[in-house]
Design a protein around this ligand. Structure first.
Ligand SMILES: NC(=O)c1ccc[n+]([C@@H]2O[C@H](COP(=O)([O-])OP(=O)(O)OC[C@H]3O[C@@H](n4cnc5c(N)ncnc54)[C@H](OP(=O)(O)O)[C@@H]3O)[C@@H](O)[C@H]2O)c1
Length: 252
């Protein structure tokens, strides 16, 4: 059973974030989520709220200073309590190396994958620390989606990989800082997942189709979401803080 009544998900409009949203809902958790595409947010909220009224969507850029306040406040207003779990899925890719990647996209990559994650971690950690009361007793979770290219060096993806390597430092240091307050900070590192990620980032789809052919079946976003929910399901005294999940046939 998941320990939370209410959770927040950044980047819930597609891919892994959307699958996390659906998996949490199925487990009986109410969810506020963000993304920038207003039409997507409306579609997702309309679809799920026909059944449950357990979904609250917020159009917001995850890099904004007040992004966490927006999705946490929205959850509090809609569900009567703030999230006690926050899953950070918003992110983007970038094909190529230092010499071959599009340097015009470096700032945007660092903005979303690093600056945005740092701002979200700081805001959520501050909120959890300030709202801690020994009587509340409950566990709080922060789960960050990294990548296997943030763990194993990949010649084809080192610039994107650099933003995911940095997450180890951020997540582990925050884990050490917050564990005494009953906050679990975790990193999930997926390999190839078939989502909008590849097309949005401009990866060569012939290359990706070859990968799927030679190393697939690739992961589905729901398979990654299950591993995130596995972390959330652990009893309060157990913390699985790092999971790598890849397609069985993925080499690097
Ligand atoms: N797919 C893979 O193979 C793979 C593997 C390892 C790790 N990952 C990581 O998994 C995470 C999710 O990726 P995915 O595969 O699910 O990709 P995706 O389908 O493209 O989803 C990305 C999500 O992030 C949101 N997003 C992007 N920039 C944002 C911003 N500035 N503000 C708010 N939301 C933003 C997008 O929403 P809007 O467009 O509506 O803003 C979308 O909901 C990323 O961190 C990615 O690096 C992916």
């Amino acid at each position: 059973m998941i320990n939370h009544h209410v959770a927040a998900v950044s980047g819930g409009t597609s891919g892994i974030g959307h699958a996390v949203l659906e998996t949490l809902l199925q487990a009986g958790v109410k969810v506020s989520f963000s993304g920038r595409r207003v039409d997507r947010i409306q579609q997702i909220a309309a679809k799920h709220n026909e059944i449950s009224h357990w979904v609250e969507g917020v159009a917001a850029d995850s890099v904004d200073e007040n992004h966490v306040a927006q999705i946490f406040d929205a959850a509090h207003r809609a569900f009567g309590e703030p999230p006690s779990a926050f899953v950070l899925c918003a992110g983007r890719g970038l094909p190529g190396s230092v010499t071959s990647s599009d340097a015009a996209l470096w700032e945007e990559l660092l903005r979303v994958n690093l600056l945005g994650v740092m701002r979200q971690l700081r805001a959520c950690a501050t909120f959890y620390k300030e709202s801690y009361s020994p009587d509340s007793g409950g566990i709080r979770d922060i789960v960050v989606v990294g990548s296997t290219v943030g763990r194993s060096l990949s010649a084809g993806n080192p610039v994107y990989g650099a933003t995911k390597f940095a997450l180890h430092s951020l997540v582990e240091s925050l884990r050490q800082e917050l564990c005494g307050d009953g906050v679990r900070v975790s990193l999930i590192e997926p390999g190839f997942v078939k989502t909008e990620f590849q097309a949005t980032a401009g990866y060569d789809m012939k290359w990706f189709n070859d990968i799927e052919h030679t190393q697939g079946p690739l992961l589905s976003p729901h398979e990654v979401a299950e591993s995130i929910c596995f972390v959330l399901k652990q009893p309060p005294h157990v913390h699985i803080d790092d999971i790598r999940i890849r397609p069985t046939r993925q080499r690097v």
